[in-house]
Design a protein around this ligand. Sequence first.
Ligand code: ADP
Length: 363
Amino acid sequence: MSKINRQEILDILDEYDKEDITIATLGSHSSLHMFQGAKTEGFRTAAVCEKGREVPYQRFGVVDEIITVDKFSDIVNDEVQEQLKDLNSIVFPHGSFVAYAGLDNIETIFNVPMFGNRDILRWEAERDLERKLMTESGVRIPKKITDPAKIEGTVMVKFPGARGGRGYFVASSTEEYDEKIEAMKKRGWIEEEDIKEAHIEEYVLGCNYCIHYFFSGLKQDAEVLGMDSRYESTIDGLVRVPAKDQLDLNADPSYVVTGNHPVVIRESLLPQVFDIGDKITEGAKKLVPPGFNGPFCMQTLVTDNLEVVVFEMSARSDGGTNTFMNGSQYSYLYHGEPLSMGRRMALEIKNGIKEDRLDEIIT
Ligand code: ADP
């Protein structure tokens, strides 16, 4: 199936009444602050909700319209798309939206105008593209080990797709790698066909900072809006067990994200934080024009050499943005009032309308 022609989206946007725009997304992931922020900026909001998942949106009073579907993936159905377009909707993408709508569908059949860059979503989903973007942008990432036989020092082993770290493991030798692959298979966390897709990289010992940037296409600036660190099961539970008892548990650590903590980084590291944002946005402009547009997140580990190493990125609103629904220390510095990622997105749409430049930031 062929890719959606950009002109088709712009034609649909052209038909919209710009005084009567709805901000819409799937009711999940990081949608609460998107709806709240959109309402604060004066937009109508619409949530596409799986039956039974409407409660938070109604109870927090952040949505005007609920479009109920049997399953989240129905958001790409013709009738749902028509309903969204009838409301003059601009869709705010987030992790669940991309997962349920499906990348292929977003690229080929979902023609509701979206905020962002449709083409960049694939660069997050495919590890080789993600590495290419980071390497060519000059961002420091963990070194890749191409062959399990060449493992020297501690490595992290990952498998395709964002799976909340399930099945990921740490190994320090080829023998340990082989043993753990077998153990993960037995546990049912990886399948035989996953093994050839195993990605092995340098284990970076450090603290986790997930940095939430907003790239303003209108201002051509990468803003740092907030940071979180992940609360992962079982690794964060294991560290509460005395070291001498950890072995008795006989549990391989897993990295299933269960929540997020807001965090601030040492002020002296902020030049590196801005440098990473500037490098990756410049790189993305060249590789996937027009590059980043709106929220993205660089997931990093900060070592005791105070080096910020990026191990993963999100090319859309990341779940960790939920740590600053009422604004973060950083968003306060820009705006002097509580500003969530969702509200920043709505503000960009508002400015795009005001400056008659909406076509530059819609995809
Ligand atoms: P997913 O995208 O599947 O959720 P991530 O790539 O975010 O998985 O990794 C899950 C967790 O594993 C991270 O939050 C981090 O704690 C840890 N991790 C990932 N890569 C490395 C690495 N190279 N070194 C050390 N820890 C890592």
